[in-house]
Structures are given as structure tokens and as C-alpha cells.
Design a protein around this ligand. Structure first.
Ligand SMILES: [Cu+2]
Length: 95
């Protein structure tokens, strides 16, 4: 019973995430312009069911690579695009 409620909740949250993009907190650890990838230390990503960690993301738009530098605090959203976790929105948090 508890398990089915949890699954139902997960399904509902998943559906919500498609429409309303939820921004997660993160810090840029590396900008790789050649590979068009960002290494981000991120907080919990609920829509991807991912705990806090440091990992590499692709970026949806290469212009994002010019907007941030190592050490920047950011808010971002990520989605699975063609099987690769991809940053689809990125905002630098002003210090
Ligand atoms: Cu992660």
C-alpha cells in the first residue's frame, strides 16, 4: 500500500516536472567548451530522483557555456535528452 502511494506520487511529480520546470541549486565546478559540458555540484534533483552530487551535464545550448565560470553559484534545470542528462535552463545566482 505504502509502496503504491509512493509510486503514484513519483508519477504525479514526474508529470508536474514536464510542465513546470523546477530549478535546482548548483555550483559550477568545470566548464568544458570543447565537449559542451558542465561539471556541476548540485543539490537534490527531485525530478530526476537524484541525490546531491557532483557530475557532468551536457548543455542544451552552447551559449550557456559562456554565461558561467568555475565557482559560480547557479540555479538550473536538467532533463534527460536522448539518454544524456542535459542542462535545459541555467541562471547565474548573483552574489
Ligand atoms: Cu547528479
Amino acid at each position: 500500500m505504502t509502496k503504491s502511494i509512493a509510486l503514484l506520487l513519483a508519477a504525479m511529480l514526474g508529470t508536474t516536472a514536464v510542465g513546470a520546470t523546477e530549478m535546482a541549486e548548483g555550483e559550477i565546478r568545470k566548464v568544458d567548451r570543447d565537449a559542451a559540458k558542465l561539471t556541476i555540484r548540485h543539490g537534490e534533483l527531485k525530478q530526476l530522483e537524484m541525490p546531491a552530487m557532483t557530475m557532468v551535464f551536457r548543455v542544451k545550448d552552447k551559449a550557456m557555456l559562456e554565461q558561467v565560470a568555475t565557482g559560480d553559484k547557479v540555479r538550473f534545470s536538467a532533463e534527460r535528452v536522448d539518454g544524456a542528462l542535459t542542462v535545459t535552463a541555467l541562471d547565474r545566482v548573483k552574489p
